[in-house]
Design a protein around this ligand. Sequence first.
Ligand SMILES: [Zn+2]
Length: 249
Amino acid sequence: MILTVIISYLITFLFGTLIGNFTTTIFHRLPRNIMISGFDKKLTQPPFCSNCGHILRFYEYLPILSWFSTFGKCNYCHIAITKSYIALEILIGLIAIILYYLFGQNLEYFFIYFCFATLVILNIFIYLKHNFVPINITLGIIALGIIYRTLTDQEILLWVTSLSFAAIISLWIIRNSLVDIRNSGNKNAISTATVIVHLILPASLWCQNYGVLIFTTIIIFLRLFPSAIMNKLNYPIGIITILFIGLYY
Ligand SMILES: [Zn+2]
């Protein structure tokens, strides 16, 4: 009995690190506009060293193991591999274990929350390294939120209303920031506005009733302290709060 439990957790961790391994590929390629996967071999690049460009053999990109087998260095140019790759793999493996512990009885919720958490972590890593939030990944978080709300609410009216409300507020915020740029030449206004939009839209789906509270707080905050919004930690803190509220429900 205990052995079965241990094995199922081990498999879950392995599953998490495999997805984590794929996440590192997206983390590296998405901001650089390198194609991630496809059936066209000419357009798709197999895994390669980001420094010397050498194509990796399969055992050189296994999750976690390859990092230890090569002592964290490329086998060809011997440059140290960024620690954020192995950190992503281990982190997503651990998240899989925690979510399996919480939602193991209900695999559909386990998968939805696992995808949600993975996309959130990926967005935070990309944002902290490259200073932008990728729209494709936020769209993924929104699409998952729609599936999640349809499963939990058993009706679509509620999420359609809150998503529409969030979309109207987003347009209002973007419009204001454009006016701000025209009047004061403040170029930061638009990046602040996009960070808020990347938080408001997921919040409207994942936070249910709290969603409205979060919109209101963000807007009051924006009106009172426009410069405080520029803090680099606002996006990570905001999206992790949304993740925890989503899990709490
Ligand atoms: Zn190399």
